[in-house]
Ligand binder design. Structure first.
Ligand code: SAH
Length: 351
């Protein structure tokens, strides 16, 4: 049975499903899910991410976390990544920190990854390192936690709410003449959105991700209890407003209901919701461009450029621009840091 047929059968049996349920099945269905069946990254795939654009991204993040580790007294720690894709970011972080052998001796590498094809790619990228994989963040060991997540939270299922009087209507996926279609629920009270009654009016759309909040809660608890820090990169803003649900296939937008399981589904990340759900301290939300500049990406780019010429040099210059320039990923992408309440923000980020 195709995923579309499976979805239709579920809706016929149980009625319309939330967007979160739809998104979760499209991305992670055990047999037909977008991530469970493929490696979607790169030029031939559906989208490209910062670590795939340039090694400098992972190098600077690795040095940033090694500095956090030093500042916090160099404890035995878990170096973890959520949704590591092809493993490129982790490999670049480990290579860049080879000059700090005590760091390598003090860390255990843990990856949270639901996709089997991507786990395979990660294993190949991290050959020579001992790595433990997890299906969920809950099973990460209780220890100081140095964690990165790049374009992970935008893949987590969201619910969409539309303001209706004092309540909210929820956007649902149902059927019309046997075809998947969007609809709205009856208005209902949403205590989770109590803080959004002031800044929204009739008809406004707000997105919430219960899974993202749950993960942020776990992250905050670990960092508060054991120390460490988390760096969360994604597109999005401090506060979610409006419909940001989108489907990408072959680097182009498509209708999210047209080809379930074949397109990447994402939504902008509500960083305020992550900060609120976490008990740890959080940094100011900072653009990726500013963060990378503060960590010295320009110097690193110049050093790498010295050994390059021709097409390789052109590509390297373009990659630097793509990561940092305001018209490219530089301001669209943001980073939020989580760190212990009694500690200091990670390098490159401010209170
Ligand atoms: N961080 C990588 C890949 C981003 S794509 C990069 O920057 O290139 C999103 C990643 O998150 C993929 O590895 C995907 O399999 C994983 N993922 C998405 N939802 C997940 C979930 N609910 N649990 C675990 N991994 C998930």
């Amino acid at each position: 049975m195709s995923l579309a047929a499976d979805l239709i059968r579920r809706i016929e049996a149980n009625g319309p499903m939330t967007l979160a349920e739809y998104m979760g099945l499209c991305l992670m269905h055990p047999e037909h899910g977008y991530y469970t069946t493929r490696d979607p990254l790169g030029a031939a795939g559906d989208f490209i991410t910062a670590p795939e654009i340039s090694q400098m991204f992972g190098e600077l993040l690795g040095l940033c976390l090694a500095q956090v580790w030093l500042t916090q007294g160099a404890p035995r720690s878990v170096l973890a990544e959520l949704g590591p894709g092809r493993g490129t970011l982790m490999a670049d972080m480990l290579r860049a920190t080879r000059g700090v052998p005590a760091f390598h001796e003090a860390i255990d590498i843990h990856l949270v990854e639901a996709s089997r094809p991507l786990r395979k790619a990660q294993k190949a990228a991290l050959k020579g390192h001992e790595v433990t994989w997890h299906d969920s963040i809950e099973t990460l060991p209780e220890a100081p936690l140095l964690l990165v997540a790049n374009e992970f939270f935008d893949a987590l299922p969201i619910r969409q709410m539309q303001r209706a009087g004092d309540g909210w209507r929820e956007r649902m996926v149902g059927l019309r003449n046997g075809v998947l279609t969007f609809g709205l629920s009856e208005p209902k009270p949403m205590p989770l959105l109590a803080h959004r009654t002031q800044d929204t009016t009739e008809g406004d759309i707000v997105e919430i991700s219960p899974v993202a909040a749950m993960i942020a809660e776990v992250l905050g608890r670990r960092i508060t209890r054991h120390g460490g820090a988390a760096l969360i990169f994604d597109y999005g803003d401090w506060r979610a407003q409006g419909d940001t649900f989108q489907a990408l296939r072959g680097h182009a937008p498509v209708d999210p209901l047209d080809t379930p399981g074949e397109a990447d589904l994402t939504a902008h990340v509500d960083f305020e919701a992550i900060a609120r759900a976490s008990a740890a301290a959080h940094t100011r939300l900072t653009t990726q461009g500013t963060f990378l500049e503060r960590l010295g990406i320009t110097g690193r780019a110049q050093a790498l450029a010295r050994d390059l010429s021709g097409d390789a040099l052109t590509a390297h210059v373009a990659a630097h621009r793509r990561l940092t320039h305001p018209e490219e990923m530089g301001t669209l992408f943001k980073v939020l840091g989580l760190y212990p309440v009694s500690g200091e923000p990670p390098p490159g980020l401010e209170k």
